[in-house]
Design a protein around this ligand. Structure first.
Ligand code: NAP
Length: 248
């Protein structure tokens, strides 16, 4: 058994620890977008494969027996490539995806939107001082907000200068409730924008917004693709791999 873990998430790093402990041979893969990535334990390769075809070639050359797609729930391109490469090579794909935030008790009070334009339009109706925490790749959708004092939080330095009135913070989770309360108050935020990333690393902003009565706009996840079995925890993922290994 030789597992290729498509990573870039806390779950992928936790999976690497668990695979290592279980004695399963694996390699993690990162996109290489972040200059100082948090590295998983074990062997790591960095950089794109060159589309689904490139990934299929890699899988065949490296004699990968199982692909685990543990990328972020919004990394839809990579997930689609994993399914296509799995089909092309006959290698099974297991999707490890953390549950979204839709099951939280406060989720019904948020405005759920399917697209970035809908997110912008909804947020425009709700406030003038947005906290944009939906990620660097979403910022283009808000480029016309030159008139408002947006607070933006990103992991990596922006390549393009933001509008003058924006405040950009470079930081990465995990965040605390106290820290998020302080941030929202300090910038007088009146609407919070986020993707439905799920997990606990970045969820404190939702608790803080709830405490302060600030509306939240949530971008729904892209649909899950057929062609990959899905698990929602690292433990379940390792169990599935061990069971598959026992069948060989
Ligand atoms: P994406 O749009 O789905 O993927 C774009 C391209 O990046 C892929 O076609 C692939 O290039 C390369 N790529 C993505 N993940 C890779 C991986 N794990 N290993 C090797 N190549 C990878 O992905 P994205 O949304 O830009 O996310 C990039 C990375 O950041 C992912 O690893 C993801 O887990 C992580 N991340 C994303 C988000 C988010 O909100 N999207 C948040 C946190 C972390 P080729 O076609 O050349 O193979």
């Amino acid at each position: 058994m030789r597992v290729l873990v498509l990573g870039g998430t806390a779950e992928a790093r936790a999976l690497a620890v668990a695979l290592d402990a279980a004695g399963i041979v694996f390699e993690s893969s990162l996109a290489g977008r972040v200059s100082r990535p948090r590295l998983p334990v074990g062997p790591v390769r960095i950089g794109g494969f060159g589309g689904a075809d490139g990934l299929a070639r890699y899988v065949a050359d490296a004699r990968v027996t199982h692909i685990v797609d543990a990328t972020h729930p919004f990394a839809a391109g990579m997930s689609a490539n994993a399914v296509r490469a799995g089909c092309a090579t006959g290698v099974p794909v297991l999707r490890l995806s953390r549950p979204g935030w839709g099951g939280r008790p406060d989720a019904a009070s948020w405005r759920w939107v399917p697209t970035l334009p809908a997110m912008r339009a909804t947020a425009e109706r709700l406030g003038r001082r947005p906290f944009i925490s939906s990620g660097r790749q979403t910022l283009g959708a808000f480029a016309s907000w030159t008139d408002r004092a947006a607070l933006v939080r990103v992991v990596e330095r922006l390549e393009v200068a933001p509008p003058d009135r924006w405040t950009v913070i470079e930081d990465r989770g995990p965040y605390t409730l106290d820290g998020e309360l302080e941030l929202l108050r300090a910038h007088d935020v009146d609407v919070v924008l986020t993707k439905d990333s799920g997990g606990s690393y970045t969820s404190a902003k939702l608790d803080a917004a709830g405490r302060l009565g600030i509306p939240v706009v949530v971008l729904s996840r892209p649909p899950t693709l057929p062609g990959a079995a899905e698990v929602t925890s690292v433990g379940a993922c390792v169990e599935r791999l061990l069971a598959a290994g026992a069948e060989h």
